[in-house]
Design a binder for this molecule. Structure first.
Ligand code: HEM
Length: 83
């Protein structure tokens, strides 16, 4: 079973050497990828620790996640009670 993260846990990983982002229900470690990102490091760093679902699907298709997802995905977003 893949590791589960809360949004609060992901939010702690927003440093240059420790960078997670959320896309849909997946948590991705983009630390080693950020400098290779074809869209630039800056735009990706701005989403560090956050839910980048909307931004991701605005600029990329499913094929991008199929290609890079397996290498970068480290777990799943934990379902949290909605108040
Ligand atoms: C796991 C996360 C991500 C991966 C694997 C990824 C990967 C890529 C790839 C492969 C491309 C080139 C696309 C192509 O050649 O068609 C690209 C372009 C781009 N990405 Fe990302 N990306 C990620 C996250 C993000 C996020 C969160 C943003 C926005 C905040 C972003 C913004 C962009 C932009 C603006 C481009 C350039 C689009 C263009 O030239 O038309 N990316 N990305």
């Amino acid at each position: 079973m893949s590791k589960q993260f809360t949004k609060a846990e992901v939010a702690q990983h927003k440093g240059d050497k420790d960078m997670y982002i959320i896309i849909d229900d997946g948590v991705y470690d983009v630390t080693g990828f950020v400098d290779d990102h074809p869209g630039g490091a800056k735009i990706l760093k701005r989403m560090a620790g956050k839910d980048a679902t909307k931004q991701f699907w605005k600029y990329h298709g499913k094929n991008v996640l199929e290609k890079y997802g397996p290498k970068l995905r480290i777990g799943t977003l934990k379902e949290e009670a909605k108040l």
